[in-house]
Design a protein around this ligand. Sequence first.
Ligand code: ATP
Ligand code: MG
Ligand code: MG
Length: 361
Amino acid sequence: MNILILGNGQLGQMLGKAVIQQGHQCLLYSDREHKVMALASDQSVALSLEEAKDWADVVTWEHEHLGEDLVERTQDKFLLKPERFHQLTDRRTQKALCDELSIPTAPWKAYQNVAELQAILGQCEQAVVIKSARGGYDGKGQWRWKPGQDIAAIAEDAGQHPGIVEDMIPFTDEVSVVAARDHHGEQRGYPLTLNVHRDGILAYSMAGAQQFSEQLEAMAQQYHQKLTDHIDYVGVLAIEFFVVGEGEQQQLLVNEVAPRVHNSGHWTMSGANCDQFNLHIRCITGLPLPEFLVAPTLMINAIGVDGLPQVLWEASAADCHWYGKAPRPGRKVGHVNFMIDTFERGQKLATQWCDELQKLA
Ligand code: ATP
Ligand code: MG
Ligand code: MG
C-alpha cells in the first residue's frame, strides 16, 4: 500500500520506518516546509500535497496540530472523520467529549478571551492550570495560578487565545495508555506507562514492570475503548491520565488525549514484540492486532543535548535513538531505552540519567 504521513518530525520518521518494514511505500508531508518528502531524506519529492494524497491509499499523521486545512485537503484518504479529528485537537471539545462519555477528567471551564478568563479566575478558590485550547505541547501554552496571585497580568497574557482553566490535580502518578483499535473495532493496549515530567516535558517513562493494579489497568483500557469506539478510530491513540486516590480507591482522571503514536510509547521500540509504530501501521493497513509480549523497560528522553554520552552508546542494556535534530533548549532530540529488571532499579537509573543529561543540556 501507499501511505502518506502528515508531519515530518521524529514520530513521522519512526512511522515511516514501520511502513517500509511492513513492505509498503511511504511519503511524508512536512507541514513546516510545505513539501512532500521521502523517508530519511532532506530531499523533497516533486509532488504537490494533492498529488501525494492521490498517490496514497491511506493518509495518517504524526501530530494533531495540522494547519493549512491539511485535514480537509486529504480527508478522502483519512480513516477518521475530520470533525472527530478537530474535536480531539481542541482542548475544549476534547474535554467536552470526555464529559459526554462519562470518562473522568480534571474539572475544567472554557474561556474565549481576557474578560472571561478574568471572571473565571475571580471566582476560583483553588490552584489551577490555564491551557491554550490549541497548539500546546511540552507544557508550552500553559500558565499556573493560585488564589492570592495577580489576575490581570496572567489573564492579559493567557486570554489572548481561547483556552481552558483546569483544577490543579494533586496526583500520585501520571500514567498513559497507548493502545490501538483496528478496522473491526478490536482494541488492545500495552500495559500502563508511568510518566515523569520535568518542567512540563516528559523526562522518562517506565512500563512492563507491573507497577499498577489490575483494576487501574482495566480502567484505562476501558476508557480507551469507550472513546475510540465512539469516534470510530482506527490506529494507535494515547490517553494521558492523573492517578488520584490510594489503594482500592485509585481513580484515573484524563489529562489529555493524543490521537496518534506518543512519546510515552517509545519504550515499546525495545520492550515489546510489536512497537507502537508497527502497531499503528498494522491497524491502518487492515492487519489484525498482534498479541503483546512485553519486557520491563525504561525510556529516557534526551532533551536539548547535542549528543548522547559515549557510555550510553556502549552500554549493552541501553538502546539509543538519535533523531538527527539540532539541539535547542527543551527540544527532544533522542531517547534511550533501558532493559530493567525491577521498578526500583528503573527509578534509580532514570533519576541518575535524567540528572546527567540535564547537566549536558
Ligand atoms: P504534551 O507534551 O504531553 O502534549 P502538553 O503541553 O499538551 O504536553 P499537558 O499534558 O496538558 O501539556 O501538561 C503537561 C504537564 O503539566 C502534565 O503532564 C502534568 O505534569 C502537568 N499538568 C498539566 N495539567 C495539570 C493539572 N491539571 N494538574 C496538575 N498537573 C498538571
Ligand atoms: Mg499535549
Ligand atoms: Mg501531555
